[in-house]
Design a protein around this ligand. Structure first.
Ligand code: IMP
Ligand code: MG
Length: 175
C-alpha cells in the first residue's frame, strides 16, 4: 500500500522499544493506584493499545474521547470540538491524555483545559510524536516518544484522509 518511495521515519521496532521505555517512565512516576489513559480517537488507538500492554499493573483504565478540528486534511484549524466525550468521572484520579502527535498544540491545550476543570488528581500528556517547529500554542507535555521534523507522517494510527492508519511503521509520504 505505501508507495515504494515513501520513507520510513520510525520503524516498527524503534516504536516498540520507545513505547516500552515510556511505559517504564510512567510506572516509575505513578508507583501505585489506577491510571486512566484517555486516548484521543482515532489517531492514538494503536499507541494506546501498545502502551497499555507495556504497563504491568492491572488497574490501567482505558477510555476514549473523540475530537474534531476544522481544517484541511493536513492541519488543524483553531476550532476544536468534542464529538465523543468520556463516560467516566475522572475526579480525583491520575489521568494521562494519550495522543498520537502534537503539532500546533491547539487540540491538546484545549483538551487539557477541559479535563483540568473536572478536577483529576493529576493530569499529564503522553504523545508518541512531537513536531515542535509547528507549535502555535504552548502545552506542557510530560512524555514524548519522538521529536520529529516538520514533515507529514502516516502509519501506526496516523492517517492521511483516513488511509495508512494500519501501517506498523511511521512513514513520510512522498508528495
Ligand atoms: P494540533 O492541534 O495541530 O496539535 O493537532 C494534532 C492533530 O493533527 C493530531 O492529533 C493529528 O490528528 C493531526 N496531525 C498533525 N500532524 C500530523 C501528521 O504529520 N500526520 C497525521 N496527522 C497529523
Ligand atoms: Mg489525532
Amino acid at each position: 500500500m505505501p508507495a515504494p518511495t515513501d520513507r520510513i521515519l520510525l520503524s516498527s521496532q524503534q516504536i516498540q522499544e520507545r513505547v516500552r521505555e515510556m511505559a517504564a517512565d510512567i510506572e516509575a512516576d505513578y508507583p501505585e493506584g489506577p491510571i486512566y489513559l484517555i486516548s484521543i480517537l482515532k489517531g492514538a488507538f494503536i499507541f494506546v493499545a501498545d502502551l497499555a500492554r507495556a504497563l504491568s499493573r492491572p488497574s490501567i483504565r482505558i477510555e476514549f474521547m473523540a475530537i474534531s478540528s476544522y481544517g484541511t486534511a493536513r492541519t488543524s484549524s483553531g476550532q476544536v470540538k468534542v464529538t465523543r466525550d468520556l463516560d467516566v468521572n475522572i475526579e480525583g484520579h491520575n489521568v494521562l491524555i494519550v495522543e498520537d502527535i502534537i503539532d500546533s498544540g491547539v487540540t491538546l491545550s484545549y483538551l487539557k483545559t477541559l479535563l483540568d476543570a473536572r478536577r483529576p488528581k493529576s493530569l499529564e500528556i503522553v504523545t508518541l510524536l512531537d513536531k515542535p517547529e509547528r507549535r502555535i500554542q504552548t502545552v506542557d507535555v510530560k512524555y514524548v516518544g519522538f521529536r520529529i521534523p516538520d514533515e507529514f507522517v502516516v502509519g501506526y494510527g496516523l492517517d492521511f484522509a483516513e488511509d495508512y492508519r494500519n501501517l506498523s511503521d511511521i512513514r513520510v509520504l512522498t508528495p
